[in-house]
Ligand binder design. Structure first.
Ligand code: AMP
Length: 631
């Protein structure tokens, strides 16, 4: 089919288009209205419809695929491989649902999931949506302070966790971090359900902690029917970083999300029911929600859930899994490919990759050398796609399931159906029509199904943060710079805000700054993202001490730097730890006191810092230049 016509229809005949896509999922009661736009910039998709995410992911496949694999679990950390059929997954999820109910969880209650990549994490997510509870998965790499902020915002009734995760052969105990987070938080969960993997010591808190295995024994025969919920009933909250230190709780609906994912599996990912999908992300990120758990299962596919790194036991592990499980579609981040690129390409040629149709990459900019290396090594199409936690599925991609289109390196492709994408001039807000001119990537109201409904508990922040009303129209801002070529292909030119992207992980520089500022010696701090050959970006901190004399000796300086890094690791987690901390006498600011983060970043990357006429004291930037320039 002609993609241009397909796309046009999705915008110009929006309701007809999406009503057709909505047939890809089951509705217990049909919807009456495709898109309610009565209260812009809010949009309600499939109003009046009743459905359930878990029913669409599991139950509806039982008639035809009960004995096909649904969840394939591989951990190279604990040497475990096991597959659950749709029937077995159905049983485990009902057990988990019964367990959550026994702990008092009902429709609309929040359940926070702080877990490593183990099947119980998937059971917990699916069990929540089965009973209409709202899950909030927090990435296992986050530490106490980051976790506590999320506990306070989501106010979960129950937390599901495990004794430990493992990474690169090292045990990472979760329980002490969780206990500390609950100590720090104002809201206290009633119960904590603990999966004991036997990796780390568990010190149960009387009256609060419940052992997963023991409680499961009581619910082995549980039958818990799906709770039919309104299409706009929240399915989950997923926190993401923004410009302030307070993370934003992206709230997703049920019906719109299910339809958007089901459609994307066909049109974008070219996947077929009965095949195996392998996304290497983590359930703590949006890709994990959409394309480890819900998308593949809704589409009747097996999903491969992997705990481990791409290079253990060797750099061929992923391709061994592709061969072994006949993976047809794979999804990873450019950072992982850059890691693999440092290893012997023979690791790739050793395996039979004939089942693989394409490799999709997202989460951070895909550079040309990385893309062409992996495309050549695999001999398969490598397809970039651009999206955000907020949107839940791609904004820009090649919809090769609709019509094959050529890839252009450096571009994630064209506007995806449903997204009325445009570029806005940063200063005037005018729409940029001519190709080749840089602007802010925006989407005209309404966002298609599957995107964030609002920010959890803060409608005002949702409107204020993302939406602008111009020329009698609402525009959603992605906070990314972009440029469009004459064929409608966009390229991403970095964030317009203070969000950085480290190895595909989205981090807010404000959060890291607040953490460093909690060190007693720190007067002021600026954190910027600096280009890195493997991770895309790394965080680099510039710190002004309250008393410069505390770092009079080199050893004092090193001790302080190490302490600040340890503070971030303890409070936020290893993912947020800066690669470098520099002590400086002052930070570059405008005369009105605004920190010039972009100028610092430019200097760190050896670029021209631009207009410095507003700079209060030029020596601040010169000192930074001297620090970061190679001698
Ligand atoms: P997250 O919400 O963690 O998925 O991060 C979203 C951000 O990652 C986007 O706003 C972009 O800045 C960046 N991003 C995601 N995918 C791509 C891509 N394919 N190319 C360039 N940047 C991307």
């Amino acid at each position: 089919m002609d993609y241009a016509a397909f796309y046009r229809r999705s915008i110009e005949e929006r309701d007809v288009f999406w009503a057709e896509q909505a047939r890809l999922i089951d509705w217990q009661r049909p919807f009456e209205r495709v898109c309610n736009t009565d209260r812009p910039p809010f949009a309600r998709w499939f109003e009046g419809g009743l459905t359930n995410l878990c029913h669409n992911a599991i139950d509806r496949h039982l008639a035809t695929r009960a004995d096909q694999p649904a969840l394939i679990y591989v951990s190279t950390e604990t040497d475990t491989e096991r597959a659950y059929t749709f029937r077995e997954l159905h049983v485990e999820v009902q057990r988990m649902a019964a367990m959550l109910r026994s702990l008092g969880v009902g429709k609309g209650d929040r359940v926070l999931i702080y877990m490593p990549m183990i099947p119980e994490a998937a059971f917990a997510m699916l069990a929540c949506v089965r009973i209409g509870a709202i899950h909030s998965v927090v990435f296992g790499g986050f530490a106490s302070h980051a976790l506590a902020t999320r506990i306070d915002d989501a106010a979960p009734k129950v937390i599901v966790s495990a004794d430990a995760g493992m990474r690169g052969g090292k045990v990472v105990p979760y329980k002490p971090l969780l206990d500390e987070a609950i100590r720090l938080s104002t809201h206290k969960p009633e119960r904590v359900l603990m999966v004991n993997r036997g990796l780390a010591a568990l010190d149960p808190v009387e009256g609060r902690d419940v052992d997963y295995a023991a409680l499961r024994q009581q619910h082995l025969d549980a039958q818990v029917p799906c709770e039919w919920v309104e299409s706009d009933h929240p399915s989950y909250i997923l926190y993401t970083s923004g410009t302030t230190g307070k993370p934003k709780g992206v709230q997703r609906d049920t019906g719109g999300y299910a339809v958007a994912l089901a459609a994307s599996m066909r049109h974008i990912y070219m996947a077929n029911p009965g095949e195996t999908f392998f996304s290497t992300s983590d359930i703590g990120w949006v890709v994990g929600h959409s394309y480890i758990i819900y998308g593949p299962l809704i589409h009747g596919m097996a999903t491969l859930m992997y705990e481990g790194t791409p290079i253990r036991p060797d750099a061929g592990i992923w391709w061994r899994l592709v061969q072994g499980y006949r993976v047809s579609v794979m999804f990873t981040a450019p950072t992982a490919v850059r890691v693999l690129k440092k290893h012997d390409p023979a690791h790739l040629s050793r395996y039979d990759l004939s089942s693989l149709r394409a490799l999709f990459l997202a989460g951070e900019p895909l550079d040309e050398p990385t893309a062409s290396w992996i495309a050549q090594a695999l001999g398969k199409p490598v397809i970039d796609n651009y999206w955000q936690t907020e949107t839940g599925w791609p904004i820009l991609a090649l919809c090769n399931g609709v019509e094959q289109a050529p890839s252009k390196w450096g571009s994630p492709g064209r506007a995806v159906y449903g997204f009325d994408v445009c570029l806005l001039d940063e200063l005037t807000g005018e729409e940029i029509l001519e190709p080749g001119r840089k602007g802010v990537i925006a989407v005209r109201y309404p966002l298609p199904p599957g995107c964030l409904q609002t920010l959890w508990g803060d409608e005002a922040r949702f409107v204020r943060t993302y939406w602008t009303y111009l020329r009698e129209r609402w525009y959603y801002s992605t906070f990314d710079w972009g440029v469009r070529d004459p064929d409608g292909y966009y390229s991403i030119l970095g964030r317009t805000d203070d969000v950085i992207n480290v190895a595909g992980h989205r981090l807010g520089t404000r959060e890291i700054e607040e953490s460093i500022a909690s060190h007693p010696a720190v007067a002021e701090v600026a954190v910027v993202g600096v280009a890195d050959a493997v991770k895309g970006q790394v965080a680099v901190a510039f710190v002004v001490l309250k008393d410069p004399a505390t770092a009079a000796h080199e050893t004092d300086e090193q001790r302080l730097q190490a302490e600040m890094m340890a503070t971030v690791e303890r409070q936020l987690g290893a993912v947020a730890k800066p690669a470098r901390v520099h002590l400086v006498p002052l930070l570059p600011k405008t005369r009105s006191g605004k920190l010039l983060r972009r100028a610092i970043q430019a200097v760190c990357e050896g670029r021209d810092p631009g207009d410095l006429s507003t700079l209060d004291d030029p020596s601040a930037l010169q000192q930074i230049r001297a620090l970061v320039s190679p001698p």
